[in-house]
Design a protein around this ligand. Structure first.
Ligand SMILES: [Cu+2]
Length: 667
């Protein structure tokens, strides 16, 4: 035991930036080699001419400059424009012409890209408010939020992510990247695995089949796969190990929407359509939520720079941002609108409600959670029993707001209920509506007239149907999300795991930091597993929004421990927790599973169509960067499963740990 503790201490002493170096060095065979071969290509891409930021000192923590509420219009992120790529995309990585190393695209011939895009990661400036000077950002095509990709199921796409980030920077970003499309059904080599980062000067082609999960089970369908698996609202973002928070805070994220017969990009009647508000940027609008803090405006540099609020000992933010603006306004007509709310981080949940000019709460109808249509729509309102809409980091909540309930000339407010209210100006302006302090308002909707485009019909009472929950092929696999007391900030979150249910000892003993080359669980393609997600940290600590790449799941059960225990809740002490209809597995599918202290969630996942490396991690970006993330793999065959599980056991025994898999679990 003393030996093991010593080893763990050494491992946890690794800094986050050391981990990046380790990732590059340990991956020399697969990552560094091709990088060296192609590094001369870095001069192909001209670096931006944006002056690097002059950051303000870390102490004292500045108060952001004041702003006038509701003077900027809500920006609509521009749609990405398809373009032909040169060099043309290839199945195997085109490392001789500047592509980063990767495994060959899976199912390339089956899903030949019909549309291609290029998004260039580069420095830029962005004005977050009329009263501010421009702020240094990193963005896709230099813009924040990045361009919105609009595409359809059945139309395979390829996005070339070109890393033109500065070779040196005075910002708090790290100029390597890997881009995850959350939570597309994507082959591993295009999934933005956190260890698959590549350097500035290189590009990487991510191939998106835009097929539903279940391709192999429904080979005759068009679009391929099981249409009940459709997801509509996704977002793409930097997923660089140990630096995701910084790079996202700088602006490396954008929206990716998929359409199909059920949700086409139009509102008129068409076969299969449920006729939700659908005109992008007009009646169907992404709301990209974020928090920031800013330095004092610097007249010499001509900038109002962002203050670093991520990393060790992070101070809190004091401005709420929607689509890149502080407290914007949006003119709306008296009709229904769909808003696709996305929490882009970095670490706090938004807890939202809608209020009329009299301050009274008004309903928002939730139609989708994490991109998946709900079985039946559900109101977030004062009378529904669920008055607040929790949007954890990376979760998406699609709501329909019917502005026909208001009169022309009235204003409506989107309120944040749990975070410290933002600083607006001093003295604080009066409340815009009774019980709605100005600092709590995310944005304002101004009802300016009757509908011009005819309103959509009432929201159907049934939006979709779900595939059946498949039987699990093995005992539940348990993942534990743990805060590790006594460790340095930035290095104090871990994921434990065990293949044996109720095996509390393993969860206490096993908590290695993320290592892209260590596999903590291997699953068989085509199998279904029940996973338990548990947070044994005592209540009062963080809620962890756990994200599982690649497949959607349904929460079958949520319990809280009535006799709190840091070492594992006894079964007799677990009591069910009522879940809102946008979380309950009877009505909702998810890919972000919020797990507060002393909670246990039971979910079931099928692993289909592709193989390779995937992730389970907390999506609080500071937490995933502090190593609350592990790799799990999907393998092709029973023989490979057995070999990989034996290898995992052998590596654990070599570390002085108990084997993970029993003989009967080896496959
Ligand atoms: Cu967390």
């Amino acid at each position: 035991m003393p030996k093991k503790l010593k080893k763990e201490k050494n491992q946890t002493a690794i800094s986050r930036r050391d981990m990046l170096k380790l990732g590059a060095a340990a991956g020399a065979a697969t990552i560094l080699g091709p990088t060296i071969l192609t590094s001369r290509k870095s001069t192909v891409y001209a670096q931006g001419t944006v002056a690097e930021p002059v950051l303000c000192p870390p102490t004292p923590v500045p108060q952001s400059p004041p702003h006038t509420p509701f003077v900027d219009n809500l920006p609509i992120p521009s749609p990405a424009v398809p373009q032909l790529l040169s060099p043309a995309p290839t199945e195997t990585a085109n490392t001789l012409n500047g592509e980063a190393a990767r495994d060959p695209h899976q199912r390339w011939a089956e899903f030949t890209p019909a549309v291609t895009y290029q998004l260039e990661l580069k420095a830029g400036t962005h004005q977050f408010h009329r009263d501010y000077l421009p702020t240094y950002i990193w963005g896709f095509n230099g813009q924040y939020p990045g361009p919105t990709i609009l595409n359809a199921y059945g139309v395979p796409s390829l996005v070339r992510f070109k890393n033109s980030l500065p070779t040196t920077t005075t910002s708090f970003g790290t100029n390597k990247t890997t881009v995850h499309l959350h939570n597309a059904h994507t082959a591993s080599e295009s999934d933005g695995f956190a260890g698959d980062f590549f350097n500035t000067g290189l590009f990487k082609d991510n191939h998106y089949a835009n097929a539903y999960a279940g391709i192999d089970a429904f080979p005759g369908n068009f679009p391929k796969g099981d249409s009940r698996e459709a997801q509509f609202t996704m977002w793409y973002h930097d997923h660089l190990m140990a630096e995701t928070a910084n790079n996202n805070y700088l602006g490396l994220n954008g929206t990716y929407l998929l359409y199909n017969d059920k949700c086409p990009p139009w509102e008129f009647s068409s076969p299969g359509s449920i006729r939700l508000p659908a005109y992008y940027g007009v009646t169907d609008i992404p709301l990209f939520l974020a928090q920031k803090r800013f330095c004092a405006t610097n007249a010499t540099t001509g900038r109002t720079e962002a203050f670093q609020v991520v990393g060790a000992a992070a101070p809190s933010t004091d401005k709420f941002i929607v689509n890149g603006k502080i407290q914007p306004k949006l003119e709306v007509r008296r009709r229904k609108y769909r808003f696709r709310i996305i929490n882009t981080g970095v670490v706090l949940p938004f807890t939202l409600s809608l209020h009329g000019p009299d301050g009274v709460q008004k309903p928002m109808t939730v139609v989708a959670s994490d991109g998946n249509l709900l079985l039946t729509p559900a109101d977030c309102s004062a009378t529904s029993g669920f008055p607040l809409l929790d949007v954890n980091v990376s979760s998406r909540m699609d709501v329909v707001i019917d502005f026909s309930q208001f009169s022309v000339g009235q204003s409506v407010y989107l309120k944040e209920n749990t975070q410290t209210p933002q600083f607006v100006s001093s003295p604080t302006p009066p409340d815009p509506a009774p019980g709605v302090p100005i600092g709590t308002v995310m944005m304002r909707f101004d009802v300016v007239g009757n509908a011009v485009i005819p309103d959509t019909p009432p929201i159907p009472s049934t939006l979709t149907d779900f595939p059946p929950i498949p039987a699990a092929s093995s005992p539940p696999f348990e993942w534990g999300f743990r805060f590790i007391p006594g460790q340095a900030d930035g290095n104090n979150f871990r994921v434990s795991h065990s293949a044996i249910p109720e095996d509390n000892a393993s969860h206490v003993a096993t908590f290695l930091p993320f290592d892209p080359f260590r596999v903590d669980h291997a699953v068989l393609k085509g199998s279904t597993e029940e996973w338990i997600i548990r947070n044994d940290t005592l209540a009062g600590n963080w809620l962890h929004p756990v994200h599982i790449h690649f497949e959607e799941g349904r929460i079958l059960e949520r319990t809280v421990c009535t006799v709190p225990s840091a070492t594992g809740c006894l079964p007799a002490n677990r009591t069910p927790v009522t879940m809102p209809p946008w979380e309950n597995g009877n009505n909702a599918r998810r890919d972000v599973y919020p797990v507060p202290g002393q909670h246990r969630l039971k979910i079931r996942l099928a692993f289909r169509d592709f193989v390779g490396r995937y992730l389970i991690h907390c999506h609080n970006m500071n937490h995933e960067d502090a190593f609350m993330m592990v790799r799990w793999d999907i393998v092709e065959s029973m023989a490979e499963l057995r070999q990989r599980r034996e290898q995992i056991n052998a590596e654990r025994i070599a570390r002085g740990e108990a084997p993970l898999y029993r003989k009967e679990d080896l496959g």
